[in-house]
Write a protein that binds this ligand. Sequence first.
Ligand code: PMP
Ligand code: GLU
Length: 398
Amino acid sequence: MLSKLISNINPSVTLGISAKAKSLKKQGKPIINLSVGEPDFNTPENIKTKAKDAIEANQTRYTQADGIPELKTAIAQRLKKDDKVDYQPNQIIVSPGAKASIFLALAAIVNPGDEIIIPTPFWVSYPEQVKLVGGNPIYLKTTPERHFLIDPPALQSLISPRTRAILLNNPCNPTGAAYDIEHLMEILNICTRHNLYIVADEIYSKIVFDGFKFVRCAGLSQQIYDRTITIDGVSKAYAMTGWRIGYAAGPQEIIAGMKSFQEHLTSNPCSIAQYAALEAFSGDQRNVAAFTEKFQERRDVLHGELLRIPGIRCTKPKGTFYIFPDISEYFDTSDGQRTIRNSIDLADYLLDTAQVATVPGDGFGAERFLRLSFAASLENLNAAVRQIGTALGALGKM
Ligand code: PMP
Ligand code: GLU
């Protein structure tokens, strides 16, 4: 029998659906995969070259557990240059993906029974990671009417003596919501007044649209800086999901604790991937802007086309490469053969009938929605919306 720890954990909905879509495609089904949260672009050539160089130079041994010093310095310089936030290299730890960085951060600050505030809709791994370190997820609902942004009084009302931290994803997967400086300041000041830690998952920091000014939590004030663990990485901005490099930056004591945990869990992140990430952070940044420009173009097309489907309501993402339409008009419908009761039924129906893979809102704690990734070509996005429109058109109220 499995341990209580593992029995209590749900599998990752995003990874599960993405694997299913990839396997259907392998069987020859013409699936358009809008489920997966990864750029469809290839890793830029300059980055790949540095990885090859690292292999040739035999940079293939264990490294420092918290990452090679050059990489930590390059991260500190990037944060300073782009975001005006100061970190010393000993305040930074590199891990095998930002996912691991978030987990280690939680492990460093959460005691059994501590409450961690998670705004909904949330990224699928947050509640499971909180549970894995013995914490209790406390959900703070956000709604499309308020652009999926936290309502400060609602946050205030959830804070108890047991609250330890808030997990804030800005820009947000799956909604694409992003905070302007005033709103961010207001909610983070509530957090610091109550001595909460802020785990600031800013993995989509570079993917913002229409000139939106992204601000890092840690850059807002000294009090906020002292309570913030900044999370970011190379997966999204540099099209490097498979390389597995993420980082955390924060108070030295917390980073040192995370390092001890990592020493016993994985040792260092892959040495070759670290050299690739070093080039990503310190080399030519033009690809980052070029990728974002493409994402914006695709967002515009997908948002416009989705709104043409009767019954679909949809906010316009300010960042990320996800869109999160409300599809609840199609609940309690049928095509004569199968019944759609919820977002899971609808995502299944669209996979089978429209041959488009999406992620049901249920996995993000938001039942009335569906997540579509626009990390796909314009051609595929247009075809996907057409096929979705036809499949939804075949559903009638029961
Ligand atoms: N946070 C969010 C919100 C994400 O969408 C992802 C994507 N997987 C991650 C963290 C983790 O990224 P990675 O582990 O690939 O660095
Ligand atoms: N973050 C991506 C997503 O939300 C990748 C999958 C995952 O790591 O869960 O789809």
